[in-house]
Each structure stands twice: as C-alpha cells, then as structure tokens.
Design a protein around this ligand. Structure first.
Ligand SMILES: Cc1ncc(COP(=O)(O)O)c(C=O)c1O
Length: 378
C-alpha cells in the first residue's frame, strides 16, 4: 500500500466535523448579521470558560491579537519588548506594529522557547543603552509552554508586562496551569492549521486583567465606544460570525484532539527512541499539546528528501530566524548570542501531526523516519 501523508491537514479536520460546521455556517449566514454578533460573543464566553480565564475578546488574527494585547497593556511606542527570534515572524512583526522595539533573546535548546537567563541578559544590556524595557512575549512554541515560573519571576524583578503568544498552545499547561492564564494577557491564533483552527483568519486576546478587555474592544473597532464615535485611534480587527460559528463547533473537541496529538507523539517517541534523531523534550510538569512534533538532524535536506520519496510530508518551523530575515537583519540590534536559535533553524524538522492521522499512518511515518534517519538504508 502506498501512502501520501501531508505534514498538516486542516481539510481533514473540517471533514471530521463537516455536518455540524455546515449547519452552523448556514445558520450564521441566515442570521443576517455577519460581524461581531451572537456567534462571536458566545464564542468569547465559551473559550473563556474553556481556558478558565475571565475575559476573551475575538479579533481578526493572532498577529492582531498580539499587537492589540501589547497596546491594551499599555506598552508605548519606543519601549523594548523581549521575545525570541525562533518563532513565526508574526510575533516580532506585531511588536513593531505596536510601535515597540523587539529585543530578541536566545532559546533554551531543548525546549525551543525563550531562555529566561538570556532574556535577563538582554534586559540588562538594553537598559544600559537607555531603552525602557516594558514587556516580555514568551512564545509557547510547538505546543509546549515556555518556562513561565522563571519568566514571571523576571517580569516581577523588572516590572514588565507579560503577553503570552499562545498561537501554538491551545490547551497546553505547565504545573496544572493553562497557557494564556499566566501573564497580563495572551494572544491566540485560529489560523486553520492551529490546534483550534477556523476556516479563515481569526484570533483572540485572553486576560484576567479587568482593564484590558475594554481597551481591546476599543482598539479592534476604530476606537469606538459608541458607534461612529472614535474615542481613541483604533483599527479594524474583528472575528467574523462565520469563523466564530465554526470555532464553536470545534471547541468542544479540542481536549480530545489534543489527546489524539499526544497519542501520535507517543507512537513517534516509542518507535524513534534510539534513532540518530533528537526527539522533542517535554519539561517536568508540562502538558504538551504537540501543535508540532519536531525532531532535529544535522542532515536535514537529505532526511526530508528520503521522507518525501516515501510519501511523508515534512515542514521546517522555522528555517530562518527573524534576526536573519531580510526585513530585519539590518535593523534589529542584538544583545545576546543566537547560537541555540541559529542551530535550531538549521536542524529542526516537523513530522506529520494532526488529529486525523490514523494509527497505521503514524506507524508508517515512524518506520519511514527511522529509515531516513539512517541515511535511507533500512
Ligand atoms: C507563534 C505564532 N505567533 C503568532 C502567529 C500569528 O497568527 P496569525 O497567523 O493568526 O496572524 C502565529 C501563526 O501563524 C504563530 O505560530
């Protein structure tokens, strides 16, 4: 039997929920109100309950959620915001769109998330150069949370806001506490491939801080408190009714789908133990939701090519750190070495990971990966 297995498969997730999604979309279309209506406010309440946080406000994308959360927390133009370079470029783009200055720190090489020690060095170096550092954006990458106890300690020491980038971490937890409930605010993306994905763009800001939601609501719609009257300069970033209706169908399945991702990861972990690859590391007390299952090999191109010929799709998240990208490399000052980040960018590979992957397909992927890890010889 020949296989053709994509690395990610949002269409399969739609098909898994097709009849309910189609019915919900039809109802929303017939409702006659398409932006910021009943579906959207119901989704905000349901996602807040699911997360165990007081407030959720829907916005147009994860990038917007980060920008708006930073602005709503009071981060001002010209202030420094610490984050990582090993992330979707959206994290850094959103910091700049908020008018702030990204201060990039290296990652912990086993966890792929912000190194608190390096972040501390970057904060000190930036302050010595006269930059007012006001926030930190930990990115919970690949479905695993950053070292939040250490990051919260750092934030307390330097009086920083914390905005968690939860785009890849719906349902992840650390020490029993969910991603998105640690900082002042959190940004979620509902891009179609995410663990909770819409069928278009979408995002949300979650927060327990009572002052934040009102500011987010103002910023997401032209600064309107009253319709057609802008009390602050705002933007247009709204979660539409069709996406909200789809997210409401998918949300009740998210725990089970995350559990399915973990079961696939267990299969990979067992079958790949002892191979030449570095496997994902799950920190003590971490509830990993495997947005991606990422292995590491210095022979990445050859490894991916062997898998491609075996019908196994892979992707690289991410091949070029933000500080090396043409849009940024001449502009962003660096205050730390980026050795772990640059090595990760050269070596990481994401294997197929989505809840609809069958056991048989997961076994086939693992077997093909073992062969590829040994240079294509079984
Ligand atoms: C870590 C991270 N942050 C932010 C974003 C931005 O989300 P969106 O694509 O919804 O703007 C993404 C997703 O692409 C992401 O993976």
């Amino acid at each position: 039997m020949s296989f053709s297995i994509p690395q990610t498969n949002p269409g399969a997730n739609y098909r898994a929920h097709r009849s309910l999604i189609d019915a919900a979309v039809l109802r929303a279309m017939e409702g006659g109100w398409y932006i910021l209506g009943e579906q959207e406010s119901a989704f905000e309440r349901e996602f807040a309950t699911w997360l165990g946080v007081e407030h959720v406000v829907g916005v147009g994308s994860g990038t917007d959620a980060l920008e708006i959360a930073l602005r709503a927390c009071g981060v001002a133009p010209g202030e420094g915001v610490v984050t990582v370079s090993h992330t979707a470029v959206a994290t850094v783009a959103a910091i700049e769109r908020a008018g702030a200055v990204p201060l990039l720190a290296d990652i912990d090489p086993s966890r792929y998330t912000l190194s608190p020690a390096c972040a501390g060095e970057v904060i000190v170096a930036a302050r010595e150069r006269g930059i007012r550092v006001s926030a930190i954006v930990p990115v919970h990458l690949y479905g695993q949370m950053a070292d939040m106890p250490a990051i919260m300690e750092l934030a307390g020491r330097y009086d920083l806001h914390v905005v968690e980038d939860c785009a890849q971490a719906h349902g992840a937890a650390l020490n029993g506490r969910m991603a998105g409930t640690w900082g002042d605010a959190a940004a979620f993306s509902f891009y179609p491939t995410k663990n909770l994905g819409a069928l278009g763009d979408g995002g949300a800001v979650a927060t327990a801080n009572a002052a934040v939601p009102e500011r987010v609501r103002l910023l997401r719609e032209y600064g309107w408190r009253e319709r057609y009257v802008s009390s602050v300069p705002g933007m247009n970033s709204r979660l539409d009714e069709l996406q909200a209706a789809i997210l409401r169908v998918k949300l009740p399945h998210l725990h089970d789908e995350n559990a399915r991702r973990r079961a696939i990861a267990d299969t990979y972990n067992q079958r790949l133990a002892g191979s030449a690859l570095d496997l994902p590391f799950s920190a003590d007390g971490a509830e990993h939701v495997y947005h991606q299952y990422v292995v590491r090999t210095p022979r990445r191109d050859e490894f991916r090519e062997v898998l491609r010929s075996a019908g196994v799709g892979t992707l690289v998240h991410y091949p070029m750190p933000v500080h090396m990208q043409p849009a940024y490399h001449n502009r962003l000052a660096l205050y730390s070495s980026m050795d772990a980040t640059e090595r990760a960018a050269r070596e990481v590979v994401s294997l197929p990971m989505f809840p609809e992957l069958s056991n048989e397909e997961a076994e086939y992927v693992a077997q093909s990966v073992r062969v590829a890890a040994h240079g294509g010889v079984s």
